[in-house]
Design a binder for this molecule. Structure first.
Ligand code: 13P
Length: 281
């Protein structure tokens, strides 16, 4: 099954009323575990890495590996550059073969966000790649370095933004935040419902870690077609490795390698089942 475009996955998800998981990876083991889960459940998937993670996982190393994994996968996989901040890195990701990029202009004014997004769209077009943008502001931060407050997406803003850019996917802020929630998240389903009714674009939910299965399902029924999961997969890898060291005094490197794969696999599998994309490959 080839490396695919995100727009095709999200279009199928719209028709089938499910969401495609967009799973963050940081190394080969996480990538292998995520793909293993997708293949086992016969699910389409998106594999992503965010720009802030590149200090740990350089793009010139992890990028080609992600693309190669998608090309060799038994299920359709889109490779996504998450929370792109600079045109330079976005161009590098496109050049490597990522099939979609996100431009995170959420810290700018609507006008500047639109301008930046249009620039990225014209760059992505050269590669037939898709673009995701964010309106409003998801709370927290991708790497935990900041605790940004949530700024809910305005319905009119979202419509104006989409009409002006024609972006392929739109991330909304409805009370969701990156990282670990300190209290149970209270998602604003009314805003989501309104955006879904007024803007004809696949919607994206960031900050998937810590959202309940019921809330995921409600979001999907209200037009969320892509759900980003990062922290929960990192935590699952850490937990699996910790268990391995607790069980045995001496751990062989290759046992560690397998424990990392398994940790990522378990979390990705769990989420695919909730998102309803099982057997939709
Ligand atoms: P979590 O780390 O909360 O799962 O969020 C992931 C995300 O939205 C990546 O963009």
């Amino acid at each position: 099954m080839p490396l695919v475009n995100m727009r095709d996955l999200l279009c199928n998800a719209e028709k089938g009323n499910y969401a495609v998981g967009s799973f963050s990876v940081a190394n080969m083991e996480m990538l292998m575990g995520a793909i293993k889960a997708g293949e086992e459940l016969n699910s389409p998937m998106i594999i992503q890495i965010a720009e802030v993670r590149l200090n740990h996982s350089p793009l010139h190393l992890i990028g080609p590996m992600m693309v190669a994994a998608a090309k060799n996968s038994k299920v359709p996989v889109a490779i996504h550059f998450d929370h792109g901040l600079t045109l330079e890195k976005i161009k590098q990701a496109l050049h490597i073969g990522f099939t979609s990029v996100m431009i995170d202009g959420s810290k700018y004014s609507l006008k500047d966000n639109m301008k930046l997004t249009r620039e990225v769209i014209s760059e992505a077009k050269k590669y037939n790649a898709d673009v995701e943008a964010e309106i409003g502001r998801v709370g927290g931060s991708e790497d935990g370095s900041e605790n940004l407050s949530i700024l809910c997406t305005g319905v009119n803003e979202a419509k104006e933004f989409f009409d002006a850019t024609g972006v392929d996917a739109l991330a909304v802020a409805i009370g969701n935040a990156h990282g670990v929630y300190l209290e149970n998240p209270e998602l604003n389903f009314d805003i989501l419902d309104e955006i879904n009714k007024s803007v004809n674009v696949p919607l994206v939910l960031h900050g998937g870690t810590g959202i309940s299965d019921d809330d995921f399902k409600k979001c999907i029924s209200l037009g969320i077609r892509k759900i980003n999961i990062a922290t929960a997969t990192f935590a699952s890898v850490e937990e699996n490795v910790r268990k391995l060291y607790e069980q045995s005094q001496k751990v062989d490197y290759f046992e560690l390698h397998l424990a990392e794969i398994e940790g990522a696999y378990l979390n990705v599998k769990k989420h695919i089942q909730v998102f309803g994309s099982k057997n939709k490959a």
